[in-house]
Design a protein around this ligand. Structure first.
Ligand SMILES: *Cc1c(COP(=O)(O)O)cnc(C)c1O
Length: 535
């Protein structure tokens, strides 16, 4: 039975498996981690290929003077097992040796990580920082992941049926598959076509500038052509070479990560000739990691969920007290917002019209916890954090900023707040998964109709929509519309239900869990990948 499932090698720049294993930055990595865990739960033959990041992603703290401080630490992980395998990738004409580690402490996954931090390398730092530094380093990292990853699988003697590229970072793996076939006597086009039969691709970024591209000259200089002719590289990725377009042209089938994102992606990439079809497979979350067993089981037994929820809320409030020395009120509405500080996510939208919300922050009827992290070079993102810090200073008992957003904080928040706020500019969020974590724990979503939410929102039943799906080329207009709607829904629906109609609130919690717990699970997601993408 088991043998009838194709074996999949899943390539990803990051994997979010647990909070302290710092080889992830955000949503892309969490998805990859949840996917691997779901694979193992369902006994599906998936092999993860990633990178052992020495310093991982930035650790970001706010110091006593309110300054944002970025730090990087070297990490060592005792649970990594040396496979004894080392593979060689030629980068800038130099041999770069990549040691292959097996992640051995997560019995729930089979994952191999490549590592260039070896004495015999002159370029030890390639696997130093996740999304760190500049273009040459990024290309080198992607060569390690893609070319090194295929060579690692060969050296480990793994039989792989499908190569799955999670985002464009892995497309050089496609070059290595083509090269292998050329060496077996195929002409370049046949080698490309044969390789396509083995490759599938997931695209994530619906913002055109967010899709990585490189000039052909720098790729050639780095050695990324990997023996392929320049004209072939250009036909695959264009000039400049677009990593997403390349993924679409190297694969037999691709997917976007929500229904809405599928529509956006098909439109965005419609001019890419010879590309694979883009279908939609909405993300899911690993229930064993993100679901609160107690509340989910109580819901199955038909019990009142309020006390279970209050336990989670108190746990979060205690955590905040320890971290920040602020005691939030468990009987007052608690809103959570936690995300990368990317401008389109609008982490400070709720403070647009400070005068309107100020009285409720002063009397504590609205309490907000915001957690975030900005990429070290994202100065606009850092401005958003500074704005929030200013607001926190003014309303210290009801606005809390938690720095260094990570999986542990995400876990506490998506269980312990009452409402999960999400307000990206519509069409900019491919999917979003933190809202799913909240939904399965009975935390009600209050969100613009972006990413997964249009599929799951039944207004005033499973949560609330804001903004009515409004999109405008004038982002000021879009922001004005959404802020006004946010205040309207918050004041007239959310607050009223919370303070005056506890019965309706708990019914909504039940509806949220019932509607989402299976539909947005990692189990559903991986089964869909097997049914729709891999066959
Ligand atoms: C779940 C999670 C994410 C992804 O959530 P979004 O809704 O896409 O922002 C990002 N970071 C962490 C730490 C998470 O746990």
């Amino acid at each position: 039975m088991q043998n009838s499932y194709p074996t999949v090698a899943y390539f990803s720049m990051e994997f979010g498996l647990n909070s302290d294993f710092k080889i992830y930055a955000g949503g892309l990595g969490i998805l990859a981690g949840d996917y691997l865990k779901a694979a193992k739960d369902n006994m599906l033959p998936v092999i993860g290929i990633g990178i052992k990041w020495k310093q991982g992603y930035v650790e970001q703290h706010i110091d006593k003077d309110g300054k944002i401080v970025d730090s990087f630490y070297n990490n060592e992980y005792g649970f990594l097992k040396d496979t004894g395998v080392k593979v060689d990738v030629k980068i800038r004409e130099r041999d770069v040796w990549c040691k292959v580690w097996k992640v051995d402490c997560f019995e729930n996954s089979e994952l191999y990580l490549l590592d260039t931090d070896l004495p015999e390398n002159s370029d030890r730092w390639i696997t130093g920082q996740l999304y760190g530094w500049f273009e040459e380093e990024r290309i080198a990292q992607e060569m390690v992941l893609g070319i090194g990853g295929i060579r690692a699988l060969r050296a480990l003697k793994k039989n792989v049926d499908i190569f799955h590229f999670n985002e464009g970072h892995a497309v050089f793996a496609g070059f290595e598959l083509i090269k292998e076939k050329k060496e077996r006597g195929y002409n370049p086009y046949d080698a490309w076509n044969e390789s396509r039969k083995q490759i599938v691709f997931t695209t994530h970024t619906p913002v055109i500038e967010g899709n990585e591209f490189h000039g052909l000259n720098i790729l050639e200089y780095m050695g990324a052509f990997n023996g392929l002719d320049r004209y072939l590289v250009r036909e695959i990725g264009g000039d400049p070479f677009n990593m997403t377009a390349a993924g679409l042209r190297l694969s037999k089938k691709s997917n976007a990560v929500s229904v809405l994102h599928g529509r956006i992606a098909n439109d965005m990439w419609k001019s890419v000739d010879r590309r694979s079809e883009i279908i939609s497979i909405t993300n899911g979350v690993h229930l064993g990691t993100w679901g609160d067993k107690k509340i989910i089981e109580a819901n199955e037994r038909g019990e009142n969920l309020w006390d279970y929820h209050m336990n989670n809320k108190e746990k979060l409030i205690d955590f905040i007290y320890e971290e920040k020395d602020v005691k939030l009120d468990k009987d007052k509405l608690l809103i959570g917002f936690a995300r990368r500080a990317a401008p389109y996510k609008r982490g400070d939208l709720i403070f647009t019209d400070e005068e309107r919300i100020a009285p409720l922050l002063k009397n504590g009827d609205i309490q907000i916890i915001i957690s975030s992290k900005a990429h070290p070079l994202d100065f606009t993102g850092k401005e958003i954090i500074k704005h929030i810090l200013g607001i926190e200073k003014k309303y210290p008992n009801s606005v809390v900023f938690l720095d260094n957003y990570n999986m542990k904080k995400a876990d506490l928040l998506t269980k312990g707040v009452d409402v999960w706020l999400n307000n990206p500019r519509v069409t900019k969020e491919a999917c979003g998964t933190s809202g799913m974590k909240a939904a399965i724990n009975g935390v009600l979503n209050l969100s613009t109709l972006d990413g997964w939410w249009p599929e799951a929102c039944w207004d005033e039943v499973t949560g609330w929509q804001i903004g009515g799906g409004f999109v405008s080329d004038d982002i000021k207009e879009q922001d004005r519309n959404d802020a006004a709607s946010l205040y309207d829904v918050l004041f007239n629906k959310v607050l009223k239900t919370y303070y005056n109609d506890r019965k309706k609130w708990t019914e909504m919690m039940v509806a949220s869990i019932n509607a989402m717990v299976n539909r947005y699970s990692g189990d559903r997601m991986i089964k869909e990948y097997y049914e729709k993408l891999y066959r």
